[in-house]
Design a protein around this ligand. Structure first.
Ligand SMILES: NC(=O)c1ccc[n+]([C@@H]2O[C@H](COP(=O)([O-])OP(=O)(O)OC[C@H]3O[C@@H](n4cnc5c(N)ncnc54)[C@H](OP(=O)(O)O)[C@@H]3O)[C@@H](O)[C@H]2O)c1
Length: 339
């Protein structure tokens, strides 16, 4: 098997692929040969030393999600078989402690932490669905209880989480407005059927928020689903909240800065944080897995794949993710390790 290691916190030069003996499953465990490892912004933060809670100290293996084919089954496993296609549960990669992420060709874990995948879902998607769809569905449907006709602002529209959110909003009968900083991406998003935002706004000018206000006939947004959470952008979002609205912060792509929260009082509006792991803590993970798999299997949810890379191309994959020119999900496909 092969495993990616981050030897020291730093740049892509710290990513190294090492060969290891193929693993054996212990009692109750399976070995999954991963065909898909979804890449996430958090992987970059882990490599740089900005996400130690997940990574621990170097050397460590990054990666939050994965899926593939069972290649070995341990004793006392009766409900999984060799050849079965599965997805690691959201908390599966955390069971072995910090730093044992999914950037590897084979993953050993308890059989109970694998979810059988429907045949309609392609191998390349098996490890790339959870973070986009569980993050969006868990927040907007489970936590927010989004209602038909409500207005939802979705910044960083080109990210896989935002595109998943647009699809979830559509299913709820609500109205989505995506934002991007990049005029070229705006045009690309408009041409992509998966990016089913009802409206798109480019935030390259400070006055962008007026367009949002106008779209909502001056009322503002019932819900804002935000991974940016940066000073002036966050100030503008707070101004865009409708009375009683909620701004969910689920990422920190921007630089934290001073924020004026006084409009929240006048609007009786809320600023809340969201972490996808809450689905596991709240006993909702199985419901969420079933929902997402059913909707992907029947093509209601369609994840756009922005690019795939072998494990041997992991440095190039991180450079691509870091540049931010992609739209949708970048995925490591470890079947072959060579570039
Ligand atoms: N809380 C949770 O449970 C959870 C779960 C999953 C992901 N996340 C978070 O979700 C976010 C998106 O993740 P991802 O992996 O899908 O990201 P990604 O593919 O790297 O996409 C990020 C996009 O955000 C936009 N962006 C980047 N920096 C920005 C800034 N300073 N201001 C405004 N927009 C900016 C860029 O698009 P434009 O150039 O088009 O604007 C960029 O392409 C990350 O912050 C990640 O940590 C959180």
């Amino acid at each position: 098997m092969h495993q990616v290691l981050v030897n020291k916190f730093g740049g892509v030069e710290q990513l190294q692929v090492i060969p290891l003996p193929d693993p054996e499953p212990g009692p109750g465990e399976v070995v999954v040969r991963l065909t898909s490892i979804g890449m996430n912004h958090a992987d970059l933060m882990a490599r740089r030393g900005e996400y130690r809670l997940t990574s621990g100290n170097p050397p460590f293996t990054p990666g939050l999600e994965g899926g593939g084919v069972i290649v070995a089954v341990g004793t006392a496993v009766s409900d999984r078989t060799v050849g079965q296609r599965v997805i690691l549960t959201l908390d599966g990669p955390k069971l072995r402690g910090p730093g044992q992420g999914t950037y590897q060709s084979h993953y050993v874990l308890p059989a109970a932490h694998t979810i059988p995948a429907p045949p309609q879902i392609e191998d390349v998607l098996l490890g790339a669905l959870w973070l986009p769809y569980l993050t969006a569905w868990g927040c907007l449907v489970w936590r927010q209880n989004l209602q038909p006709g409500q207005w939802v602002l979705i910044p960083a529209a080109s990210s896989s989480v935002a595109i998943a959110a647009a699809q979830v909003v559509k299913q709820c009968g609500a109205i989505s407005v995506g934002t991007t900083r990049n005029p070229a991406k705006l045009e690309q998003l408009q041409a992509m059927p998966e990016a089913c935002f009802d409206y798109l706004i480019c935030t390259d000018q400070d006055s962008w928020w007026r367009q949002g206000k106008k779209l909502t006939a001056g009322r503002g947004f019932d819900v804002i689903f935000d991974p940016v959470a940066a000073g002036s952008f966050l100030n503008q979002e707070i101004r865009l909240l409708a009375p009683g609205g909620t701004l969910w912060i689920y990422g920190l792509l921007g630089q934290p800065d001073v924020v004026d929260v006084t409009p929240l009082i006048r609007k009786r509006a809320a600023l809340r944080g969201w972490l996808v792991n809450e689905l596991v803590e709240g006993g909702m993970a199985t419901t969420a897995y079933t929902h997402v798999l059913n909707r992907v299997a029947d093509s209601t949810y369609q994840l756009p794949v922005a690019g795939t890379f072998s494990l041997g191309e992991v440095r190039q994959a991180h450079i691509t993710l870091e540049k931010g020119g992609h739209i949708g999900k970048l995925i490591l496909v470890p079947a072959s390790i060579s570039p």
